[in-house]
Write a new protein. Sequence first.
Length: 277
Amino acid sequence: MSEVLPMTAMTATAAPADRITVRNLDKRFRGASGDVVAVDNVSFTVRQGEFVALLGPSGCGKSTILNMVAGLLERSGGGVAIDADPVVHGAINRKVGYVFQRDTVFPWRTVEANIGYGLEIAGDSKTARAAKVQRAIETAGLSGFGRSFPRTLSGGMRQRVALMRTLILEPEILLMDEPFGALDTHTKLEMHKTLLEIWERERQTVLFVTHDLGEALTLASRIILLSARPGRLKEDFEVPFARPRDPVALRESAEFGRLYSHIWHSLGEEFRRTKAD
């Protein structure tokens, strides 16, 4: 197990522009036959306004890392900091928004009520809440569906509702755990377009978990590639494609194909290791 770094040391070494700092991160789960190592000695930073994808095969610890960054899961070793302040397990950081793997909309609430839920909890007035919700509905391309219930919406529309329910709180840092993984290819590309448009405008700091290389290349400025379990940092790739990006046109470009092939050689090794295990 890696030694837990004093948070004072993390504070001293974090550059002013670093929003997320992960140092020597470990996670072990207790199993019937002993400890299972999920994450082993992982270190990286995410800078202000950067869109970083955590990429790797299923079971490599991507979501586990994200949950430790969010403070939802206790670390076994190492340290995590947000703006050089230590992340405390179970504590709420209002700078951080989290979008889960599957839509988490409330079936008994309308689209308007779902999107405005966080504002309601925060104590915003009904008038202020209504104006913000209406803007969010328009941004997400959901005009005309404000009073609809989730059961009448497609999967992609429900995921837009879940995304806007997080974004309406204006988080400075956005953690996303394979939010589009259950969608078909066409709907996923539409969600990529929506997310990119919002990010281009707001420039939140994003840490995005995916096992889909094409998705990582479409969205991210950097790709952190993890090995098969136990998850270790294998490589860190810059994604040089110009912004703004058109998800469809980008995937048809020669530059996309070349970088995809380059990274796939490394990622493919980890997929083969997973199958071998």
